[in-house]
Design a protein around this ligand. Structure first.
Ligand code: AMP
Ligand code: MN
Ligand code: MN
Ligand code: MN
Length: 286
């Protein structure tokens, strides 16, 4: 299956700003042929995105981005081509959304103690949000004029080490991979370059990930350089993992991420979408 693949994106059900249908239409207008909706810890937007994708003449891959705690780090694992009806997956995601709600309460308490009341009400009032996250707090802080932009909101209030940071315990790596596989999907390491892991830590991580049944890594993401992509392609080959590509699109306002604006996979990669060719996608992409 050829065409432009973007296998990492967000809707309003987590921390994106577009509805699933708006996201699909926007991605289509940007030239995407195959889009994965991968909201944080929820699949609530998939059904709406599927309908919109059919109307727009593009293929939608059901996905999710699962928050994992590994060696005191937060790692994101994307699940692609999942059956959203899988009870094991949904139970795991429901638990994570509970942890998100609990963390949101603590963040709001800290903000209130810093003289910024009303944050919890504001972030939970945002209609349709299934997985409440720090981006929602960041938008609230910008709207209230406490900071100029989201980046500063993370630096000053929400990021690790900032005044209102609240640590949380996310899924165990092997569990998250297990849920994705139980749902018939392929587990992919999201934006591996963003964790600032040394080469040896990355290899230790990939060993565990592969042993747990992980299937791929995002070799190409948002604004990564080609040298980075080549290094990740080497890791993929070494561990027998497929290569994925995704923009991690959240909002049209973030001009640095555009759906489908991705460089090609380095030579020698096995694209994750090669797994989906065959009868099950016959006629899905015109
Ligand atoms: P959470 O999963 O709720 O802890 O929030 C993580 C999300 O916040 C990421 O998926 C990004 O969308 C966003 N994010 C993380 N760091 C930053 C940053 N420095 N500036 C803007 N957004 C960020
Ligand atoms: Mn996000
Ligand atoms: Mn992520
Ligand atoms: Mn993401």
């Amino acid at each position: 299956m050829s065409g432009c693949h973007d296998l990492h994106s967000h809707s309003r059900y987590s921390d994106g700003t577009l509805s699933p249908a708006e996201l699909v239409r926007h991605a289509r207008a940007c030239g995407v042929d195959v889009l994965a909706l991968t909201d944080h810890d929820t699949t609530a937007g998939i059904a709406e995105a599927q309908v919109a994708a059919r109307e727009a003449g593009m293929r939608l891959i059901a996905g999710v981005e699962i928050s994992v705690t590994w060696a005191q780090r937060v790692i994101h694992i994307v699940g692609l081509d999942i059956d959203t009806r899988c009870a094991e997956l949904q139970a795991g995601l429901a638990h994570l959304r509970g942890a998100r709600r609990e963390r949101a309460q603590h963040i709001a308490e800290r903000l209130a103690r810093s003289g910024i009341p009303g944050a919890l009400e504001a972030v939970t009032a945002a209609a349709g949000v299934e997985a409440v996250g720090r981006s929602h707090f960041a938008r609230f802080l910008v709207e209230q004029g406490h900071v100029k932009d989201a980046k500063r909101a993370f630096k000053r209030y929400l990021g690790r080490g900032a005044s209102c940071y609240v640590a949380s315990e996310w899924a165990v790596l092997a569990e998250a991979v297990g849920w994705i596989r139980a749902a018939g999907g392929v587990a992919v390491v999201a934006h591996p370059a963003r964790y600032s892991m040394s080469r040896s830590v990355m290899r230790r991580f990939l060993e565990e990930f592969t042993a747990a049944g992980g299937g791929g890594i995002e070799v190409v993401s948002g604004c990564r350089d080609t040298q980075q992509a080549r290094l990740l392609a080497d890791h993929a080959r070494e561990f027998g993992l497929c290569a994925s590509a995704g923009s991690d699109f959240h909002a049209p306002e973030n001009s640095w991420t555009v759906p489908g604006r991705l460089s090609a996979l380095p030579p020698g990669c096995e694209p994750v979408w090669a797994r989906w060719s065959g009868p099950h996608d016959a006629g899905a992409v015109s």
